[in-house]
Write a protein of this length. Structure first.
Length: 247
């Protein structure tokens, strides 16, 4: 496929070289060849970058653990339960926000708001996981789809509204607790005495191991910038070296 793009691009460059070169000051025939090589390489980079087929990314879960059927009970008052985490290395795209469902398959007793904040306290994305079994169940978390939200390397907090009127959370020791690639769990977070979705900033410091769940999210890795641009630049360099050797 890449070879086809190269042939197509070469044909197009042959057609449009005269127009492109007309805006470049030329001193001699050697300069003309070099200018053509540079323009061809840059054009190749752009075309290959634009026509490269997107690679499907697998959906990953932020946190997983084994004892999903063990609940922790109800909260004593309305609050936002959550946890703090970091994204390291490459960026991720959050695609689904979820909450723990202790009552599957009948579903949640109540609807739960879920949100993610950045380290400055800005709410980046939020959604509501509906009561009942409306939203799909994955590993005993019910998820609602959102527009993909990019999280670059940094520190974030996820939280979900929880009521003392229904829906148990899980807060006891979570066996085989793991995080998804690039996700590092930092600590539990909560914000008490409000039924509104609020940035959780309090922590019980390890009383719950590792935190109350509460919320979770699914994500996909964000592909790194294509290397095809580097390919085009490399072609320019190779042609330039070859021309110098001919001289």
């Amino acid at each position: 496929m890449i070879l086809a793009y190269i042939l197509l691009t070469s044909t197009m460059m042959g057609k449009y070289n005269s127009n492109l070169l007309s805006v470049v000051k030329i001193k001699n025939r050697g300069d003309i060849s070099m200018k053509k090589a540079i323009l061809l390489g840059l054009f190749l980079a752009v075309v290959l970058c634009g026509f490269s087929a997107p690679v499907a990314q697998a959906t990953l879960i932020a946190v997983t653990f084994d004892n999903l059927n063990s609940g922790g009970g109800n909260v004593n008052q309305p609050e936002t339960l959550g946890w703090q985490f970091t994204v390291s290395g490459s960026s991720i795209a959050v695609t689904n926000l979820g909450v723990f469902d202790n009552n599957h398959p009948s579903g949640l007793d109540l609807s739960h708001g879920v949100g993610i904040w950045d380290s400055h306290g800005n709410l980046l994305v939020s959604a509501t996981v509906l009561a009942g079994a409306v939203d799909p169940l994955v590993n005993q978390f019910r998820y609602v789809s959102i527009a993909p939200t990019k999280l670059g390397p940094g520190t974030y907090t996820i939280g979900a509204t929880w009521s003392n009127l229904g829906d148990n959370y899980i807060a006891q020791t979570n066996t085989n607790f793991q995080t998804g690639p690039g996700i590092t769990f930092l600590r539990d977070e909560y914000s008490a005495e409000t039924s509104l979705l609020t940035l959780p900033t309090n922590s019980v410091g390890g009383t719950f191991d590792p935190a109350s769940f509460g919320p979770n999210f699914e994500f996909t890795p964000v592909p790194e910038p294509t290397t095809l641009v580097l390919l085009g630049i490399g072609l320019v360099g190779l042609v330039g070296v070859r021309m110098k050797l001919k001289k």
